[in-house]
Structure formats: structure tokens, C-alpha cells
Design a protein around this ligand. Structure first.
Ligand SMILES: O=C(O)CCC(=O)C(=O)O
Ligand SMILES: [Fe+2]
Length: 290
């Protein structure tokens, strides 16, 4: 047993560092450099961050020691204290349709107006190309059979609409605009799908450290539905046996405090059976994505 104590000052320091976007690994390194035993530092950080998450009504499941993943980071989280039916997102009242704690999934209604959905699709349409995904073994992008949609990226704050939506997301999820990637728009034609995957970058892949240099890990996702497909195209969470219906203007949020399957955030876009499906995705990083 160690005699090193988690003082209120250390607790405060850990929260401040994590809130400023420093990764759990960076904090751990700093603590070890200050003379902390690595195992004790890991436990201390875990305890402080768990308590912080618990105060926000969140928990991060414990994982067997033999498969211990990286320590937990802070995550975006809407203020649903008191179980409100609506939340104010700074410029708009958003409905809380469903909230699940493990995995952490929240479905919002009326996150975007019909006009905003239409404008976003119109702005994205001329720029759509066959979707590529980031290859974590090399850090490059490639066409992927698991994702048979067309997509494009806006730069963060690229136009007034993106800026408005990004600010709304930041307010709703209490996460800095600067930690968000640019909005991605995807169009799925009939038969197209996005096979179940995790949005975080796999720490075991050799290309991941390069990707993480810009903004750190992804810790949360907001998928916004820009239209209502006639049939199919739900967002599925196989570990929770949950399927979120794609409804124009609705959005599904999920967070993952560590880049690990124990977050149960495996998810996918089910095949579209009839009509088209359009979504906009916002990925949120642990740190500033500049
Ligand atoms: O289309 C969906 O429902 C899911 C999209 C998704 O998983 C993503 O953009 O990362
Ligand atoms: Fe995803």
C-alpha cells in the first residue's frame, strides 16, 4: 500500500487539467514525473475522474485488471439534472426523447429545424464523394466497404449555419467549440450502410498516436438526422440492443470516456431500405482540435 494521498489540491489539479483538454495519459505522465508511483497515480486519477463523472450522473464501468484500458477522460454531457423534458441549447429548446446510462446515449428531438436540415443538405450536396474512413494503421484515409455512403466535411465555422449548429452543440453538451471536428455530412442511398464500429481511435493501431496529436481522442459523438428515410437507416447500438429511429431534426448523442469496448458504444448505420438517409455527424475531442 502506498502512503501517497489524494489531497484536495491534487483533486483540483486533475479536474483542471482534464477540463483543459489534457489527455489522461498526459496527466499520468506529469504525475509520474512528480514522483508518483504509476499504479497509485492511475488509481488516484481514476478515482477523481470517476467521482467527477458520478457528480454529473455518469459512471464509467470498472474493467478487469488484466485488460485494463487507458484511464477515463472527461466527456461531454448535457445537463439533464432533474430529468427535464426539454433543455435550452442557447438559441433553441431541444426535447429529451430518451436517455440511457450504459452505454451513455441520449436522443434529442427538434435539435435542428427543418430549414436548417434542408440548408445543410443543399450546402453539402455538391461536395459529396464516396466516403473514406481514417485508416488507423497508417493514419491515412481510404474507401471502406464497411461504409457505403457518400460524404463530405465542412471546416469548423465554415459558414454561418455550421457556426450556429456548432455553438448549439457546445452549449447543449457543455463542451468547447474548439474541441469539435468540422461537421461531416453523409448521404446513404438505398442499400447503403455503415457497419458497426467505434468512433474513438484504436490505441493499438500504429497510426493512432499521429492522429491524437491533433486534439487527442474522440470522447463523444452527435449524429443529427437531416431527413426521415422511408424505411431503414436507424442508428444501432448492438451491445445495448438499441436502435434509434432516424427522424428529421432529431439527434443521437453518445459518449465514451475511454477508447475501449467497455464503453459499449459500438454503433452503426443500418442499411437504408427505402429512400435516402442524410446525417450530419459532430465528433468531439478530449482537447482542442485546431
Ligand atoms: O448514420 C448513422 O446512423 C451513424 C453514423 C456514424 O456512426 C458516424 O458518422 O460515425
Ligand atoms: Fe460512428
Amino acid at each position: 500500500m502506498s502512503t501517497q494521498q489524494i489531497t484536495p489540491e491534487l483533486r483540483q489539479w486533475i479536474i483542471e487539467q482534464a477540463t483543459a483538454g489534457h489527455s489522461a495519459h498526459a496527466l499520468l505522465k506529469a504525475m509520474v514525473e512528480r514522483g508518483w508511483d504509476e499504479d497509485v497515480a492511475t488509481d488516484a486519477m481514476e478515482e477523481v475522474l470517476q467521482a467527477y463523472l458520478r457528480e454529473r450522473g455518469l459512471t464509467v464501468p470498472a474493467v478487469p485488471a488484466a485488460t485494463q484500458p487507458p484511464p477515463a477522460s472527461l466527456v461531454p454531457e448535457p445537463d439533464l439534472a432533474g430529468s427535464p423534458s426539454t433543455v435550452w441549447a442557447g438559441d433553441r429548446e431541444v426535447q429529451v426523447v430518451m436517455s440511457m446510462h450504459d452505454p451513455r446515449v441520449v436522443v434529442f428531438g427538434g435539435f435542428l429545424s427543418d430549414e436548417e436540415c434542408d440548408e445543410l443538405m443543399a450546402l453539402a450536396a455538391p461536395r459529396l464523394v464516396r466516403s473514406e474512413t481514417v485508416k488507423t494503421d497508417t493514419g491515412t484515409s481510404e474507401v471502406n466497404e464497411a461504409r457505403t455512403s457518400d460524404g463530405m466535411f465542412f471546416r469548423r465555422g465554415e459558414n454561418a449555419l455550421c457556426e450556429r449548429i456548432e455553438q448549439r452543440i457546445a452549449t447543449l453538451l457543455r463542451w468547447p467549440v474548439e474541441n469539435g471536428e468540422g461537421l461531416q455530412v453523409l448521404r446513404y442511398r438505398p442499400g447503403a450502410e455503415y457497419k458497426p464500429h467505434y468512433d474513438y481511435f484504436d490505441p493499438a493501431q500504429p497510426g493512432t498516436p499521429t492522429i491524437l496529436r491533433r486534439g487527442g481522442q474522440r470522447v463523444g459523438t452527435l449524429v443529427m438526422y437531416l431527413n426521415t428515410p422511408a424505411r431503414g437507416g436507424g442508428t444501432t447500438f448492438p451491445d445495448a440492443r438499441l436502435e434509434v429511429a432516424p427522424v428529421k431534426g432529431h439527434a443521437v448523442f453518445f459518449s465514451y470516456a475511454r477508447p475501449h469496448p467497455s464503453t459499449r458504444t459500438l454503433h452503426g448505420g443500418a442499411p437504408v431500405l427505402e429512400g435516402e438517409k442524410w446525417v450530419a455527424t459532430k465528433w468531439l475531442r478530449a482537447g482542442r482540435f485546431e
